[in-house]
Design a protein around this ligand. Sequence first.
Ligand SMILES: [Zn+2]
Length: 344
Amino acid sequence: MGDLHVICHEIPKLELHAHLNGSLTETCLKKLKCLDSSIKGYQRMTEVLNKSQRSLSECFEVFKIAHNATNNVEAVFAATQSVISDFHMDHVVYLELRTTPRAGQDMSKEDYIAAVVTAILANPLEIIVKLILSIDRRNSIEQSLDSLNVILKMKLKYPDVIVGIDFSGNPAEGEFNEDLFKKAREGGLKTSIHCGEIRNDEEIEKILKFGPDRLGHATFLHPEYEGNPNNWKLYLEKKIPVECCLTSNVICGTTKSYPEHHIREWIRNSLPHCICTDDKGVFGTSLTKEYTLVAEHHGLKPKDLWQTTCNSVDYIFASDDIKTRLKVKLMNWYNKHERQLCRF
Ligand SMILES: [Zn+2]
């Protein structure tokens, strides 16, 4: 491990965009009795290929393997524990895990959520974990409403754990429905919306006008990245924090390369953003690796990465008390490691 990787590992980090089922490791999938051939399929995405060799839809196919492995409450509980432990080992001190509630073998959507929440509440490690529940883009409006009602009911039951709602899945399918997310917001949920993973000016405009608390990816938003200039203007008025996931975008082929990733514009213009993994299991990454990539390809020094993390504290979906605790933790770490940081 190089010095840069070591220091990126040591920085106490915040992970704000991690899908539970895409974050499972090979060890975890084996424990969940997933077949070796399926695990190979799950890991097929770890190589960077040419854009023409892979479609976004192909990436989404892979998630079915993890979904099959977590189709009962025991497996969902074990998977959640395992992912929390992985992030803790990677020096993540605050994690917002996200997942789409789904029914399975003897399991309702409520049971699924309860299994994830129980694992979060039972977590003994020094990492704060919150939950964001997702609405799948493929769902009809009726199905989405049904999911939202379950989510709102569970939010009342576990108000300190369930903090937000997300809109995700294959961006080639479905469309953003603002009424649905207005209802979620009225129910006390923060909103993080996957936005502009493919070029879709109309939907991007709709999402920006709604004004989520955070945006996932925002790949095709900046005019240099095929974004519509009016949407970019709208974005600059709102300055919504963007969750940047470099490896995920490069592997899925929506971004050409690491140096050409759109995070460049957010860094250059000091716009709010955070560094995230998206699906560390599927894409063979870690938050440490993502930090290292940003340093290598976008000229950030470890001290700048530490600052990016500090800024991210303001974008989390947790209480002011937790924000203060995280800022103190980061400051204490900085004071202890200042000499090490200045070596770079
Ligand atoms: Zn995502």
